[in-house]
Design a protein around this ligand. Structure first.
Ligand code: NAP
Ligand code: HSE
Length: 441
């Protein structure tokens, strides 16, 4: 049977791993779909760069816009990253009637609505399994496997680089920059690693997860994002002593008041499975009405796991080529005209428990002032600890865990506490999640 011809945009970490995988498992791939898959064309930025894969029979194209409309290509696979040229080329590809596979979460989160509309008009598929959580087939699990459920929340460790950094800092006491450099060398990090560290990459992925879980249009600007760059070794160690672990979580939740979309460092009890996801591994926890809680775990970044998702999408499309366009899976799993514009919850309106750390003058009455402010705003304290000041130091450290409260109340309390003459500098606040107390809407 006629082979499926692939045109690849990009032969970096994911592109070269995809070529390798298509060659290594060519027999099984052909047995699964009844025809071979071959990469016929590829475009890169620097054609003189040596590549980590066998490019025998692959025509290198200097102009990527020539590749995306090449008559011999069935599926364009975009693995170059970025949102400007990538959007232009992907739009050109779908307008030319090419099916599209991409690992580019920034592209889907920021421009997916328009790209999906263009693909629908052209009767082609845009597949993006590789964009979220690397080797975990989480798009398929939510969009297809849980299609009979109403999903209440999705929460996960969805950036491998960030989790690798936090794990190495905690387990080996390694400095942040050193671990980030290693993540870059291992091919985990984004071209601009601030996307990993600041939570932008996780926010892109959360945008996608929320849309397929709740049936809402992609809305990247609605995600509240806080990075891991300001986390201190002291907070990591305090969390451990209190029986918690700090993870960088993406949380999408449907509440009776609206949908909350947020990425931030979070204390999780060490007893939770998700607190024990280390290194580059990702995990996504889904709360849905029929199944209850389910957890999906696997490598979150790197060439092999991501290439695996790219190849799976290629095979899905190869099968879909035989079906009518209106019989195919809608891009977000819901019919585009049935997507709902649900109200969105501002971060001040979420409910959470909190970890607080502050420097206080070592003198009588300070603790009473602080707890008085919290109590006055209806914030109840779950645990409190004051560490003795070091010799010659006049400052003590106060660490607290609170019960759940609306964030607006906590922000108000922090303003009042920071205004106290006995409190030095800013109070550190990190949200705490227990998951079992999560309310279904
Ligand atoms: P990468 O190693 O930097 O590779 C990017 C590739 O795109 C390179 O081959 C580069 O060419 C090519 N490229 C860049 N700009 C180009 C242009 N203007 N014209 C033609 N080719 C161009 O990136 P990557 O890690 O493979 O990531 C690729 C995509 O997958 C990104 O969207 C990323 O977010 C996503 N992703 C990555 C991972 C991961 O673990 N790495 C996981 C999931 C998703 P040169 O080689 O000549 O520079
Ligand atoms: N930079 C991303 C990460 C790649 O570390 O998770 C996988 O999407």
């Amino acid at each position: 049977m006629k082979p499926v011809n692939i045109g690849l945009l990009g032969l970096g970490t994911v592109g070269s791993a995809t070529v390798d995988l298509l060659l290594a498992n060519a027999g099984d791939i052909s047995d699964r779909i009844g025809r071979p898959v071959r990469v016929t064309h590829a475009a890169v930025r620097d054609p003189s760069k040596p590549r980590n894969c066998d490019l025998t029979g692959v025509e290198m194209v200097s102009d990527p816009s020539e590749l995306v409309s090449h008559p011999d290509i069935d599926i364009v696979v975009e693995l170059m990253g970025g949102t400007d040229l990538a959007l232009q080329l992907c739009t050109q590809a779908v307008n030319a009637g090419k099916h599209l596979v991409t690992a580019n979460k920034a592209l889907i989160a920021e421009h997916g609505n328009e790209l999906f509309a263009a693909a629908q008009a052209s009767g082609v598929v845009v597949a993006y399994e590789a964009a979220v959580a690397g080797g975990i087939p989480i798009i398929k699990a939510i969009r297809e496997g849980l299609a009979g459920n109403r999903i209440n929340s999705v929460a996960g460790i969805i950036n491998g680089t960030g989790n690798f950094i936090l794990s190495e800092m905690r387990d080996k006491g390694r400095p942040f920059d050193d671990v980030l450099r290693e993540a870059q060398e291992l091919g985990y990090a984004e071209a601009d690693p601030t996307f990993d560290v600041e939570g932008i990459d996780a926010a892109h992925k959360l945008t996608i997860l929320a849309s397929i879980a709740f049936g809402i249009p992609l809305n990247f600007p609605a995600v509240f994002t806080e990075g891991i760059g300001n986390l201190t070794a002291e907070d990591v160690s305090n969390a451990e002593k209190l029986g918690y672990r700090i993870k960088h979580l993406g949380i999408a939740e449907q509440t009776p008041q609206g949908v909350s979309l947020r990425v931030h460092p979070t204390l999780i009890p060490q007893s939770q499975l998700i607190a024990n996801v280390h290194g580059v591994m990702n995990a996504v926890q889904v709360q849905s009405d029929a199944v209850g809680e389910s957890l999906y775990y696997g490598a979150g970044a790197g060439g092999g796991p991501t290439g695996s998702a790219v190849v799976a999408d290629i095979l899905d499309i190869a099968r879909a080529l035989a079906s009518a366009a209106d019989q195919r899976m809608p891009s977000l799993g819901f019919l585009p005209e049935r997507l709902k514009n649900l109200p969105l919850l501002a971060i001040e309106a979420i409910e959470s428990a909190y970890y607080l750390r502050m420097q206080a003058a070592d003198q009588p009455g300070v603790m009473a002032e602080v707890t008085g402010i919290l109590g006055g705003l209806g914030i109840s304290i779950e645990a409190i600890e004051q560490t003795e000041p070091a010799q010659h130091d006049t400052q003590a450290t106060i660490i607290m865990l609170t019960h759940r409260v609306i964030e607006k109340q906590m922000v108000e309390a922090l303003q009042q506490i920071e205004a106290l003459e006995t409190i030095e500098g800013a109070v550190t606040m990190i949200r705490v999640e227990h998951f079992n107390t999560r309310q279904s809407s």
